[in-house]
Design a protein around this ligand. Sequence first.
Ligand code: URA
Length: 256
Amino acid sequence: MKSHSTRLDRFISANTDINRRDVRLALAKKRITVDGEVATGISQCIGQFSKVSLDGVALKTSSPLYLIMNKPKGVVSATKDEKNKTVLDVLAEQIKFDPQAIFQPNENGKEYLRTEDLDGLHIVGRLDFNSSGLLLLTNDGRWSRRVSLPERRIEKRYRVTVDKPLTQVYVNDFYQGMYFAYENITTRPVRLNILSDYVAEVDLVEGRYHQIKRMFGRFQNTVLELHRQSVGELVMESALLPGHSRFLTNSEVLSL
Ligand code: URA
């Protein structure tokens, strides 16, 4: 994830015909505002989403983007991959098929996700290649770091289908925690709710590498299907079809 802040003089010279030496003069004439306040210092820090204006005309900055995707199986949770289709390729396909498919309200009516926005996006909490379900994408590094903070223990719910029948022993062992020698950690208590012989809901508050598959692996039980249904309060609606994405609402963003 890149750092997106820059000095005001650098930002002005990159986005206007004022060179860095003349920025002081523009400041003295009160020509520049940052987030509505008259700017005073050339070394003022301009954040990724700061609103900068010169003579009352807004200069190009990006706006924060928060998306939820129903990740299909057979797609890598990565922004680039040499061999396989990535989740960004999936987003690009949806926009190509319908350029107005992914939109959110803004002060001018509607803002559409554009192909050129995809470059700035990163993934918040990966899903394995053959896992499906709720995946978050954003260009806001502060938000994604907050969502991923281990101490916040945000619960993620998965629906899992396995190869062999489930028993109460699984429920106890998952809750007790399992020692993972490679990381030298014991997993935090995991709630397992058996829905039928082969299907269970699994609630994780951390995201160790292949955690669910490895936990069922202790019983030599193979995970056949793994689908993420929710992250914290955010539950993915069934109307969001595999491969489709939408913007999160403001309250969904704040809920995480
Ligand atoms: N645990 C796994 O094993 N795979 C996932 O995709 C998510 C959690």
